[in-house]
Design a protein around this ligand. Structure first.
Ligand SMILES: [Zn+2]
Ligand SMILES: [Zn+2]
Ligand SMILES: [Zn+2]
Length: 204
């Protein structure tokens, strides 16, 4: 077990006036769930415990949008969607074209970049002849202005550390949970006490 200063991925709450920063699925301050189309993910150097079992943090690759610096996870399904026409949902490229396009690629990011380049060369869909709209791969693009001429795909991925949640929550979260629990218990006791009194009164 050792301490290490490392870039840790955290989420920035998108709720107005909250500005909370958290690593789980919900903001610790306002409890709203993370929405990748609204909330940013950023790296920040933090001291973390590594070489522990189960791991508290794991290293992973993320794309960092060259426009807004948001971190995002590139998945196979994102590439599958971009290989289709958004109008008729037919493949934009044949199997052979894809094989040729991806011959020298090793990573999903490299395949995504090659696909994006080829896609931008097609003015219209070869099946339905509808124009193919270009848009950034960054998940914030629908809500934050992104230049459509920029793909949003970086040259190389960056390495960040992401909380695994294999073991208990952070001290900060434990304290918050404990407070919530204490609050709930206290309010239940108040409710049950006030319920009992009229019931007793009726029996007598
Ligand atoms: Zn919040
Ligand atoms: Zn972006
Ligand atoms: Zn089409």
């Amino acid at each position: 077990m050792r301490l290490r200063l490392a870039p840790v991925e955290h989420k920035v709450c998108a709720t107005a006036d909250c500005g909370g920063s958290y690593e789980g699925e919900r903001c610790l301050q306002c409890r709203s769930a993370f929405d990748p189309a609204l909330g940013r993910k950023e790296p920040a150097d933090r001291l973390i415990l590594v070489d522990v079992d189960p791991a508290i943090y794991e290293q992973t690759y993320r794309c960092r949008c060259p426009v807004c610096k948001n971190l995002f996870d590139l998945r196979e399904e994102n590439v599958v969607v971009r290989a289709q026409c958004p109008q008729c949902l037919q493949p934009l490229f044949s199997r052979v074209q894809l094989q040729t396009m991806w011959r020298d690629t090793e990573t999903l990011l490299q395949r995504a970049r090659k696909l994006e380049r080829a896609r931008r060369q097609l003015a219209v869909c070869p099946r339905c002849a509808q124009p193919i709209a270009v848009e950034s791969w960054c998940p914030l693009a629908p809500t934050v202005p992104h230049d459509p001429d920029v793909s949003g795909l970086p040259q190389n991925p960056i390495v960040v550390w992401v909380r695994t949640f294999h073991i208990s929550e952070s001290l900060e979260e434990l304290q918050k949970e404990a407070l919530d629990e204490a609050w709930r218990t206290a309010s239940e006791e108040t409710t049950s006490t006030s319920d009992e009194e009229p019931a007793d009164a009726e029996e007598h």
